[in-house]
Structures are given as structure tokens and as C-alpha cells.
Design a protein. Structure first.
Length: 357
């Protein structure tokens, strides 16, 4: 199996190193071979080539069985031209690979429930899946950077646009996922204000009535959803939403689990899938060896399941993460008294050893 590795910037490098050690352990244990092709994306690609997404990176990703990405961006590149920002590299590869569906599962385990900012009994047992549309909406609509308009007033704009086929294909993913889970989809929009949301809500309702009568569907406005997530996260099964609302709600959901360093994701479409933690390059802790690599390791487990057809190895990897948590090892983001504080590479190594047992 060919894996395209895109560590990117900041903690991306450290967490991908840790995840590779765990993937190598899985390959050894379950008898498959991995060939890595490491490529540049984001700020490091700008420094080396002048652009955040070199052609070689796209070619490597397309030729691979799966892509593993760390994170991109950082203060060093905050003032580069908008069209070559590091984040443009990430958006560009999502688009180039046609990755319209981003799955972001959030579960609260008994090992971290007490670290949730929510009361333990509210958080523990929460188990939801955010199905985020990833190649449309305001991220990809027409952008007009700040300029002076005809009246000499400075203005800027970004367009939120969805087509029916874009909504249908992501909604189908959410309904199918719900059928394999607890049979409930909550579609999140802002249909009280936005035309794009009114169309979204109409299409989702039509599809439920026609093709998924067995799936329960409810609709929340995004502001209410943000509130409901912290009020009662256990009410959610599958959350279906657009690109920008999914971005925001997944960071909010992650903290319920105890740390953003725990949330993995899979970006899927018609070709090669890409796997990445939901968090960013964390410039505030980069280079210190203290970032939590478990989100990246759990993203590798999703890769084994969705792209590499190694379900047994995926289950074992998730179980190995749980076992290490059970033994009390924690990176600083999840540390509390009485536990054992370890570094990024140490926890990666512990998970790899557990997997090899
Ligand atoms: P961030 O997710 O990088 O960090 C937010 C906070 O969470 C920070 O305090 C950070 O230390 C902490 N954190 C994040 N991941 C962690 C981990 N694995 N372990 C422990 N703590 C962790 O978000 P930000 O600070 O808003 O953004 C920083 C840069 O990352 C920006 O350039 C942004 O555009 C980029 N970004 C990239 C991605 C991506 O590549 N997928 C995602 C989000 C943000
Ligand atoms: C994420 C990130 C990206 C997004 C940025 C870095 C473009 O926040 O993957 O959640 O908004 O999709
Ligand atoms: Mn985000």
C-alpha cells in the first residue's frame, strides 16, 4: 500500500511521526506492507517552492492508496498573499482529490469524560458523527478581498453557494451512516436567514421522505445546535452540515471529549481518501514534543478501515489507544494528577508496543 505523507507545519511533523510508528506496527502485526511518499504542503511548501500545494504533492496523493495529513499554517505565513496561504494548500488538495465528505466522529470515553468541561454525566457516553460537506459552500464560493467599492468604501465578500447535486451526495452519506448507527440525522443550517440553507433543508427532507423513511430526521439552526451540543451532546447521532458550520461545530464538539487532540477525521470522495486530525498546527506548542498525537493515530485507524480494507487492524489500533489510556498515560492536554505524563513520541511508542503485543 502506498501512503502519501503530508506532515505540513507546526505540530504536524511531530504527530505524523508518532502515527507512522503506529501504522508500521500495524503493518508488521497484520502482515501488510506500506510504502511512504513524503511530500510538502502548506507553509513548508511555500518556503521550499513558493506555493502551498506543489504539483508533485497532488500527483503523489492521487497515486497513493491513502493520504495522511498533519496540519498546515502558522504565524510565519499569516501575511502571505491570500491565494497562496498555507490553508489554500489544504483546500486545494481536498478539491483536487474530490473529497466532498468529511467524517468527524466524537466519542467521550470513560477515560476522558472527567476532563470534559461539561459535567461528567452529561459528557460520558456521547457518541456522534459530524458529516461535514468539504468541497463547497463559502470556502469555495467567489471571494473578493478587501477593496474600495464605487462609493470609495472598503468592502470584501465571500459567497455561500451550493448546488443540488452537492447537497444530495453529502446528505446521502449522512443517511447511510445513520443507518449503520442509531438511525438519526440532525441537519444543521441557518434556514431562517440563508437561501442556500433553505434549499439544503428542502433537499434533505425530500431525500428522507423518498429514500430514508426509516431514518429519523430533525433540523436545527446552527446557533441552537451550538447550544444543544453543550447542553445535551447525547441527543446527537449523525450531524449533517455544510462546510463552515461543520468546521466550527467540530471544534466545539471536540472539547466535550476532553481535548481537540483526540478528534480524527476521514475526508472521502470518489478517489483517494485523506485522513487528518481536526485540529491545526498548534503554533503555541509546536516543537516541544507535547502535542497529543492520538487524533492522528485514530485518523490512521479510519484510514485502515475506509481506504486500506484492514478492519481488524483498525479495531486493534483503537483498542491499543484505549489500553494506553487505561494504563494512565497522557499527553499534557489530558493530564491530571495521579496520571502519567508522557510526550508525543512516548505515547505513540506506547500505542505501537500495545499493538504489537
Ligand atoms: P489549532 O487547532 O492549531 O490550535 C488550537 C488550540 O488547541 C491551541 O491552544 C493548540 O495548542 C491546541 N491543540 C491543537 N491540537 C492539539 C494537539 N494535538 N494536542 C494538544 N493541543 C492541541 O488552531 P489555531 O491555533 O486556530 O490555528 C493554528 C494554525 O493551524 C492556523 O494557521 C490555522 O489556519 C491552522 N489550522 C490548520 C488545520 C489543518 O491543517 N487541518 C486545522 C485547523 C487550523
Ligand atoms: C479544518 C481547518 C481547515 C478548515 C482550515 C485550515 C482550512 O480548520 O480542517 O478544520 O477550515 O477546513
Ligand atoms: Mn477547523
Amino acid at each position: 500500500m502506498k501512503i502519501c505523507l503530508l506532515p505540513g507545519d507546526g505540530i504536524g511533523v511531530e504527530i505524523v511521526d508518532a502515527a507512522v510508528e503506529v501504522l508500521d506496527a500495524a503493518a508488521k502485526k497484520y502482515g501488510f506492507e506500506i510504502e511512504y511518499d513524503k511530500q510538502l504542503i502548506g507553509g513548508c511548501a511555500i518556503d521550499a517552492t513558493g506555493v502551498p500545494l506543489p504539483e508533485a504533492t497532488i500527483a503523489s496523493a492521487k497515486a497513493a492508496d491513502a493520504v495522511l495529513l498533519g496540519a498546515v499554517g502558522g504565524p510565519k505565513w499569516d501575511n502571505v498573499a491570500p491565494d497562496i496561504r498555507p490553508e489554500k494548500g489544504l483546500l486545494g488538495i481536498r478539491k483536487a482529490l474530490g473529497l466532498y465528505c468529511n467524517l468527524r466522529p466524537m466519542t467521550v470515553s470513560k477515560f476522558t469524560a472527567h476532563l470534559s468541561p461539561l459535567k461528567t454525566e452529561r459528557a460520558e457516553g456521547a457518541d456522534l458523527l459530524i458529516v461535514r460537506e468539504l468541497t463547497g459552500g463559502i470556502y469555495f464560493g467567489e471571494h473578493n478581498e478587501a477593496h474600495l467599492n464605487a462609493d470609495g468604501v472598503e468592502e470584501a465578500s465571500d459567497v455561500e453557494l451550493y448546488t443540488r447535486p452537492e447537497v444530495e451526495r453529502i446528505a446521502r452519506f449522512a443517511f447511510e451512516a445513520a443507518k449503520k448507527r442509531r438511525g438519526k440525522v440532525t441537519s444543521v443550517d441557518k434556514a431562517n436567514v440563508l437561501g442556500s440553507s433553505r434549499m439544503w433543508r428542502k433537499i434533505v427532507a425530500e431525500m428522507q421522505a423518498k429514500d430514508y423513511p426509516e431514518v429519523e430526521l430533525n433540523n436545527f439552526y446552527v446557533d441552537n445546535c451550538a447550544m444543544q451540543l453543550v447542553l445535551n451532546p447525547k441527543q446527537f447521532d449523525v450531524i449533517l452540515t455544510n462546510n463552515i458550520f461543520g468546521d466550527i461545530l467540530s471544534d466545539e464538539a471536540s472539547t466535550i471529549a476532553g481535548s481537540i487532540g483526540l478528534l480524527p477525521s476521514a475526508s472521502l470522495g470518489d478517489g483517494t481518501g485523506m485522513y487528518e486530525p481536526i485540529h491545526g498546527s498548534a503554533p503555541d506548542i509546536a516543537g516541544q514534543g507535547i502535542a497529543n498525537p492520538l487524533a492522528t493515530i485514530l485518523s490512521v485507524a479510519m484510514m485502515l478501515r475506509y481506504s486500506l480494507n484492514q478492519n481488524e487492524a483498525a479495531d486493534a489500533m483503537e483498542a491499543a489507544v484505549d489500553a494506553v489510556m487505561e494504563q494512565g498515560y497522557r499527553t499534557p492536554d489530558l493530564y491530571a494528577e495521579g496520571l502519567k505524563k508522557v510526550s508525543t513520541s512516548e505515547i505513540g511508542h506506547l500505542v505501537a508496543q500495545e499493538l504489537l503485543k
